[in-house]
Write a protein that binds this ligand. Structure first.
Ligand SMILES: C[S@@+](CC[C@H](N)C(=O)[O-])C[C@H]1O[C@@H](n2cnc3c(N)ncnc32)[C@H](O)[C@@H]1O
Length: 337
C-alpha cells in the first residue's frame, strides 16, 4: 500500500512503535535485540503476545518503507538486483565457523590473514566475502583486518549427518570446530563399529558425536528434528529420483525455517567443459550408478528440479561451492526460500 505520510510522519510513527516495544521489553525483563555474538537469535517476545507482534510487523514495514522512499524507486530496484546477484558469491563464508580454528582468539575473532591461511583462499577474497556478508550482520570486523561472529552463526549448532556411515566425516568436522554437535544416522548394523570408532577419538571430540541407528526412508526421530544443519554426503547419487524424493521429504519435514541442508555430491557439468580426463571420471561414475543402482549423477538443473519437487517449492539451492581442482564433490546449500 502506498504511504500518504511524509518522511517525518513516518519516522515519528516508527519512533512511537519502537518506544512501545522498548518499554514492553524492559517491563518484562527481556533482552534488547542485538547482533552481538551472545545476543538472542530471535526477537525475544513469544507469539502469545500477539498485540506486540502486530506492532513489530508494523515497525518492520514502516522502516522498510522509510528506507525505500529515501533510496528512491530506481535505486531501490538497482540495489536489490545488485545485492541479490552478489549474495551467492559470498556464500562460501557461511561455511567459516571461527571458534576452534587455529588463530582464533578467546573472544572469537581471527585475523583475515589467518582465516585465509586456514581456508585456502587468498586474503583478498576472504576480505571480500567477509565484508560482503558483514553488511547483513553475519560477521563483524571488530578491529580492521579482524573478523568475528555475530549472533547469526550460532555456537553449539546441531548437525545431522544422514547416511553418515561410521561417522568419519562428522568426526573430522568436530575435530576442527569445537562448537558443533553431531548426530550420525545410518543403518542399525553399523552401530557397533561406529560407536567403536567414535570412542577411539579424544573425549573433547567423541562427546559431541552420537550415532543414531535410523532408516532415512522413515520419518526422522526426535533427536534429529529441528537441527541447525543436515548433511548428506554421497547419499542421493545412490538413489533414483523416486527414492531420493522420499529421503528428502523426510528431512524437509523436520527442518526449521532457518535450518540448512548441505548436499555434498557430484554435479555433472555440460559435456566438454572439464578437461577430458576429469570428465571421464564423472561420466564413469554416472554410468556405474546406472548399472549398479539404477541411479545417476545429476546436473545442476536436475538437482534444482529434485529439490523443488521434494520440498513442494519451499526449498531452494541457495549456494554452490565448486570442487577444488581434481575433486568431483560439489557442495550445494539448500535453504527455505
Ligand atoms: C556412499 S555411502 C556415504 C557415506 C558417507 N556419507 C560418506 O560420505 O562417506 C552411503 C551411506 O548411506 C547409508 N545408507 C544406505 N541406505 C540407508 C538407509 N535406508 N538409511 C540410512 N542410511 C542408509 C549406507 O549405510 C552408507 O553408509
Amino acid at each position: 500500500m502506498q504511504s500518504s505520510l511524509s518522511l517525518t510522519e513516518l519516522a515519528k510513527s516508527i519512533l512511537e512503535d519502537a518506544q512501545t516495544l522498548d518499554s514492553f521489553l524492559s517491563s518484562h525483563n527481556l533482552p534488547q535485540p542485538s547482533f552481538a555474538a551472545d545476543g538472542v537469535k530471535d526477537f525475544p517476545v513469544g507469539t502469545e503476545h500477539a498485540d506486540i507482534h502486530v506492532i513489530r510487523h508494523r515497525l518492520i514495514d514502516a522502516t522498510k518503507e522509510l528506507r525505500d522512499l529515501v533510496v528512491g524507486p530506481k535505486d531501490t530496484i538497482k540495489w536489490m538486483i545488485m545485492n541479490v546477484r552478489s549474495h551467492p558469491g559470498s556464500q562460501p563464508t557461511c561455511y567459516f565457523p571461527l571458534q576452534g580454528r587455529p588463530g582464533c582468539s578467546e573472544g572469537g575473532s581471527i585475523s583475515l590473514a589467518e582465516l585465509a591461511r586456514t581456508t585456502g583462499l587468498t586474503e583478498l577474497d576472504v576480505a571480500r566475502f567477509v565484508r560482503r556478508t558483514a553488511i547483513n550482520h553475519i560477521f563483524v570486523e571488530p578491529t580492521p583486518g579482524h573478523v568475528a561472529h555475530t549472533a547469526t552463526l550460532p555456537a553449539g549448532a546441531k548437525v545431522v549427518d544422514l547416511g553418515g556411515a561410521l561417522g568419519h566425516i562428522s568426526l573430522g568436522i568436530a575435530e576442527k570446530f569445537e562448537d558443533l554437535e553431531f548426530v550420525v544416522e545410518d543403518q542399525d548394523p553399523l552401530m557397533e563399529q561406529a560407536c567403536r570408532l567414535i570412542s577411539s577419538y579424544p573425549d573433547r571430540i567423541a562427546k559431541r558425536v552420537k550415532f543414531l541407528p535410523h532408516d532415512f526412508f522413515q520419518p526422522q526421530p526426535a533427536e534429529a528434528r529441528a537441527a541447525d544443519a543436515y548433511i548428506m554426503r554421497y547419499i542421493l547419487h545412490d538413489w533414483s529420483d523416486t527414492y531420493a524424493k522420499e529421503i528428502l521429504k523426510n528431512i524437509f519435514e523436520v527442518m526449521r525455517e532457518d535450518s540448512r541442508l548441505i548436499i555434498a555430491d557430484a554435479v555433472m557439468p555440460p559435456a566438454g567443459v572439464l578437461p577430458k580426463c576429469q570428465e571421464e571420471v564423472l561420466r564413469s561414475f554416472d554410468v556405474s550408478m546406472l548399472a549398479q543402482l539404477n541411479s545417476q549423477e545429476r546436473t545442476l538443473e536436475m538437482w534444482k528440479g529434485l529439490i523443488e519437487k521434494s520440498g513442494g517449492g519451499r526449498w531452494k539451492i541457495t549456494g554452490i561451492v565448486s570442487p577444488p581442482k581434481g575433486e568431483s564433490i560439489t557442495i550445494l546449500e539448500v535453504k527455505s526460500s
